[in-house]
Ligand binder design. Structure first.
Ligand SMILES: [Fe+2]
Length: 104
């Protein structure tokens, strides 16, 4: 059902919040697709089939990344925390704690 993505009455939610909910759901679905391909690739014996699955998974990486970027543009505090965690060397948990504490 199309309204399963909402946790509050959809008609009371703004257009912006409904778009945000759709993109969160899309991010989840892209993540699930990445996981499906990861599992299929790990079991597939045929090299040419694996190559196609790898190409498909790369496309899902792109979709996931575009969804995430869209969401981060809509939520500056999330973007700020993500900037403190993503693409950093070192302890992920430590970076997360620092980024959360420093976020406005
Ligand atoms: Fe996708």
């Amino acid at each position: 059902m199309a309204t399963d993505q909402y946790h509050e009455p959809p008609d009371e939610l703004s257009q912006q919040v409904r778009s945000f909910a759709r993109m969160i759901l899309s991010l989840i679905e892209e993540g699930e697709a990445i996981d499906r391909y990861e599992q299929r690739i790990s079991l597939e014996k045929d090299a040419s089939a694996r190559a196609i699955m790898r190409a498909a998974q790369k496309e899902e990486f792109k979709h996931f990344s575009m969804d995430l970027e869209w969401l981060l543009r809509k939520k500056p505090v999330w973007r700020e925390i993500a900037q403190g965690v993503l693409f950093q060397d070192g302890d992920i948990v430590e970076h997360g704690a620092d980024a959360e504490e420093e976020a406005h």
